[in-house]
Design a protein. Structure first.
Length: 210
């Protein structure tokens, strides 16, 4: 059994790390919308590049639960963060509409995986009486960070690769924080799947606190 202090420390770490991810995301979205205009991809392709994030995000919502069940929360978090870091770092090296469309979708997949991992982890660690308060702090913190991230665009040199490096650094710090946490992550257990069109009570990724 973990002490309540260790659990609170772990929950705090998860919330701060996810806020850093959303800080990077808020900056990334605004920066990329300006950068694709500079690269002159054309309005249609620019829209596809920007929206491909959500295509990857949707795919992750369908697939990431199984990944977490197989490899666990910390390894899952590291894998998803690694995808985001690698795809973001590759963007200034592979400037082109097709490459950016694929890389941005990978970023969306990885970010969704981070959120799914974090929220199932918080759900497992939080006591039922505290769960509402913890998730309200989580939501306020992450959405505030998302908004603040957009304000950073005023200091960015959008024609250079420096903003990509700053985004990579924020994602990497979040990864370090979570992967070095001292408390044990929850043990993921297999969950039943719900087939499309089947009428049953919805299931979610079930985890038991370590």
């Amino acid at each position: 059994m973990q002490s309540s202090g260790r659990v609170r420390e772990q929950i705090t770490t998860l919330i701060i790390a996810t806020s850093l991810v959303q800080l990077a995301n808020g900056f990334f979205r605004t920066f990329l919308s300006l950068r694709v205009a500079i690269e002159d991809f054309g309005s249609t392709m620019a829209g596809l590049v920007l929206s491909s994030y959500f295509a990857g995000f949707t795919l992750a919502a369908l697939r990431c639960g199984g990944i977490i069940e197989r490899i666990g929360h910390i390894r899952g978090y590291a894998a998803f963060a690694g995808l985001v870091v690698a795809a973001t770092a590759a963007m200034p090296l592979m400037v082109g509409s097709g490459a950016w469309l694929v890389l941005r979708a990978i970023v969306g997949f990885g970010c969704a995986g981070l959120f799914i991992t974090t929220e199932s982890w918080l759900n497992a660690k939080a006591q039922p009486a505290e769960r509402g308060r913890i998730f309200s702090i989580y939501m306020v913190g992450t959405f505030l960070a998302l908004a603040v991230g957009q304000l950073l665009i005023g200091r960015a040199e959008i024609e250079t690769a420096a903003p990509f490096s700053a985004i990579v650094a924020l994602f990497a710090v979040a990864l370090v924080m979570v992967s070095t946490t001292r408390a044990e992550p929850p043990r993921a257990t297999a969950a039943e799947t719900l087939q499309y069109g089947e009428r049953r009570a919805p299931h979610r990724l079930r985890s038991s606190a370590a």
